[in-house]
Design a protein around this ligand. Sequence first.
Ligand SMILES: Nc1[nH]c(=O)nc2c1ncn2[C@H]1C[C@H](O)[C@@H](COP(=O)(O)OP(=O)(O)OP(=O)(O)O)O1
Length: 163
Amino acid sequence: MTSVPVTLCFLLRERPESGPEVLLGLKRTGFGTGKIVGLGGHVEAGETDAQAACREVLEEAGVVVLEQDLFDAGKVEFVFPARPDWNMSTRLFTSRRWAGEPVESPEIIPEWFLISALPLERMWQDAEHWLPLALAGNVVDAVITLNEDNETVASAEYSFRAV
Ligand SMILES: Nc1[nH]c(=O)nc2c1ncn2[C@H]1C[C@H](O)[C@@H](COP(=O)(O)OP(=O)(O)OP(=O)(O)O)O1
């Protein structure tokens, strides 16, 4: 099975009054248009996963994250049996340190969400299986297989370890 390497990078901040928040965004173009997604995208030739994560966060939300401030949150394989060309091998990162305020780009309208109230009904349906684990500080190893509709979840296999 071949799969395209991609990254997702979740910026995390503390709100003393309400609790921890994560930066997600409304996808305006390309894969997942109309959904709330994590910031990220394709790993280009010659790039490491971490380099790609930093580049994508800058391109999509105008925020500077340094590689040294990324934390490994594991990986998710997205398997689309009806569209194998969509299969993605996704490296997950979190970061609590960055420079700049998120701004919208042609690709994403960024928005902070409470981790205790993730907008799961507006995200890819599979996010409920792996996103809360990754945001809680675990290293996740997940394989999500989609149904023929390329939307609903056929199976979700995962393990995780706390760090
Ligand atoms: N089932 C799924 N659930 C999910 O939550 N995220 C998924 C997913 N399948 C793919 N993704 C994410 C991983 C990756 O970050 C993103 C696809 O990459 P991009 O946002 O870069 O796609 P685009 O079509 O916009 O491509 P570019 O033209 O390279 O920007 O979708």
